[in-house]
Ligand binder design. Structure first.
Ligand code: NAD
Length: 308
């Protein structure tokens, strides 16, 4: 029988693409429940699903921040969830001083507690049946911090710690956990953030910090998306492989062009190499950033940019 896959956040981006690709699996291994907070946004997904709609793909309402919505959605599914994909998420960028605690808590409510809420709801069934797979769309920012993304990165670190801990217990129940860690992906995600940032004033932030944010970080970030950004289709290819695997990995990065940066933490567990290198790339030699990833991987970075 096909496995039931429930995915959160399918109105756009990675969630939408994943729902469509799984629903079109040539071996028809999946029955996809593609969920979204606001069903008024379902047209794009339905159009992309084509003839799979109503066959291997159904659309359902689900707000990961609401207990009732989660209970309602699960009660509508006949049978149990075999694969849960925690994809819904939101970003938050900007100088810490200018961001409200409400905005920060909203990020944690969505990215972290949203996933926890869904896991709590499907886990009893998975444990009873001694099978299941929980996939979490984390980020390379779940592995290492990125300037001006403090709270977003923290929410992804929280997911990494939570699910790594849970993975140990769940091995006992034949339930697998997979944290997928994309680098930059060209979806609505970045556009939504930039729109937020263009109108935000970040009250209480000193002029130096605002200058670093607007004149150094924002152009560098755009450049990073342009130079190493992946398409949602590329990321989804990696997720589909993880879901189809008989022994799914706990962690899966999707972007080899980003790995020079993630490797910096692996090769120096003190963390200094990563922090100093990214600091240098942004503050001392911003023009190097577009070349930076290539330079880091081939070791040709000028000595003064190399961290000591
Ligand atoms: P996206 O903005 O297109 O998709 C995020 C989806 O989550 C949207 O459809 C949004 O409506 C939904 N969502 C937000 N709050 C929700 C809620 N309370 N309930 C249900 N749905 C909710 O962006 P994306 O790039 O496809 O992001 C998907 C996941 O990938 C996120 O978890 C994001 O953190 C992660 N990610 C994105 C990038 C990137 O650069 N785009 C990189 C690494 C990881």
């Amino acid at each position: 029988a096909p496995r039931t896959v429930l995915i959160s956040g399918c109105s756009s981006g990675i969630g939408l693409e994943l729902a469509v690709q799984l629903a079109h699996d040539p071996k028809k291994r999946y029955q996809v429940v593609a969920t979204m907070r606001d069903l008024r946004k379902k047209e794009t997904l339905e159009a992309a699903a084509g003839e799979a709609l109503g066959q291997t793909l159904t659309v359902a309402q689900l707000d990961v921040c609401s207990d009732e919505s989660v209970a309602q959605c699960l009660s509508c599914i006949q049978g149990e969830v075999d694969v849960l994909v925690n994809n819904a998420g939101m970003g938050l960028v900007g100088p810490l001083e200018g961001l409200s605690l409400d905005a920060m808590q909203n990020v944690f409510d969505t990215n972290f507690f949203g996933a926890v809420r869904l896991v709590k709801a499907v886990l009893p069934g998975m444990k009873r049946r001694r099978q299941g797979h929980i996939v979490v769309i984390s980020s390379v920012m779940g592995l290492q911090g990125v300037i001006f993304n403090d709270v977003y990165a923290a929410s992804k670190f929280a997911l990494e710690g939570f699910f790594e801990s849970l993975a140990i217990q769940l091995l006992h129940f034949n339930i697998f956990i997979s944290l997928v860690e994309p680098g930059p992906v060209v979806t609505e995600f970045e556009g939504k953030l930039l729109a937020q940032v263009s109108t935000a004033e970040f009250p209480g932030t000193d002029p130096d910090t605002l200058h670093y944010f607007r004149d150094l970080y924002l152009p560098a970030s755009r450049e990073l998306f342009r130079s190493v950004g992946q398409s949602p289709q590329d990321v989804v290819q990696a997720i589909v492989k993880v879901i189809g695997s008989t022994r799914p990995p706990l962690r899966q990065q999707t972007n080899i062009r980003y790995s020079p940066l993630t490797m910096l933490k692996t090769v120096d567990s003190s963390g200094s190499l990563y922090v100093r290198t990214t600091h240098c790339l942004l503050f001392r030699c911003p023009r190097l950033l577009s070349l930076g990833l290539r330079c880091l991987s081939c070791g040709c970075l000028p000595a003064r940019v190399r961290p000591r």
